[in-house]
Design a protein around this ligand. Sequence first.
Ligand SMILES: CC(C)(COP(=O)(O)OP(=O)(O)OC[C@H]1O[C@@H](n2cnc3c(N)ncnc32)[C@H](O)[C@@H]1OP(=O)(O)O)[C@@H](O)C(=O)NCCC(=O)NCCS
Length: 161
Amino acid sequence: MSPSATERGARDSLVRMTELVLPEDTNPKGSVFGGRVLALIDKCAAIVAMRHTRRDVVTVSVDSVVFLNKVRVGYVLMLRGRLNAVFGSSMEIEVDVRSEDPLTGDKKVTTRALVTMVAVDADGRPVKTPRLLLQDDDERARAERAAERRRARLAARPPHP
Ligand SMILES: CC(C)(COP(=O)(O)OP(=O)(O)OC[C@H]1O[C@@H](n2cnc3c(N)ncnc32)[C@H](O)[C@@H]1OP(=O)(O)O)[C@@H](O)C(=O)NCCC(=O)NCCS
C-alpha cells in the first residue's frame, strides 16, 4: 500500500499488542496501575492512526474508560486497536484490552477505550487524513456510531482557554 494512498481499509491499520505485566507496572498489592493500561491504549491507538495516515499524530481525546477486572502481576495484557471512522484530520480508534492468566489460560475483558487521534504536519497543524474504505456492514455501522459519538464529543468540548 502506497504511503500516499487516498483511502485505506481498517484491516490495513489493525494493531495487536501483547505485554507481560511486570512488578514495576503494579501497586504493592500486585494489581496493575490504570495509568499503565492507559499508556498502552494510547500507544496502540497511535500506531493504528500512523499506519492509516502515514503521518505524525496526536491524541486529542480519550472517552471515559472503565476497568472491569483486576489485572495482576504476571498476567498478559492483549490489546487490539482498530479504526472505526475517519473525519477530516481526526479519527476514532477503538482499543479493546483483555487480560490472560498465562498459567491457566483464563481470559477476561479489561476495558474498551475510544481514542480520537489527529493527524498533524511538521508544525503540529491538523492535516486531512486518507479516507477509510468501509468494506462491510459491520464497518459501516461502526463508522456511523463513531460519527454520532464525535458529534457528542464536539458538543461537549470545553471552551478553548
Ligand atoms: C489536537 C490539536 C492539533 C487540534 O488543534 P486545533 O487547532 O484545536 O484544531 P481543530 O479545532 O481544527 O481540530 C482538529 C481536529 O480535532 C478535532 N477535535 C478537536 N477537539 C476535539 C475533541 N475534544 N474531541 C474530539 N475531536 C476533537 C476536530 O473536530 C478536528 O477534527 P476534524 O478535522 O476531523 O474535523 C491541538 O489541540 C493539539 O495539538 N493538542 C495537543 C495534543 C497533544 O499534545 N496530545 C498529547 C497529550 S497532551
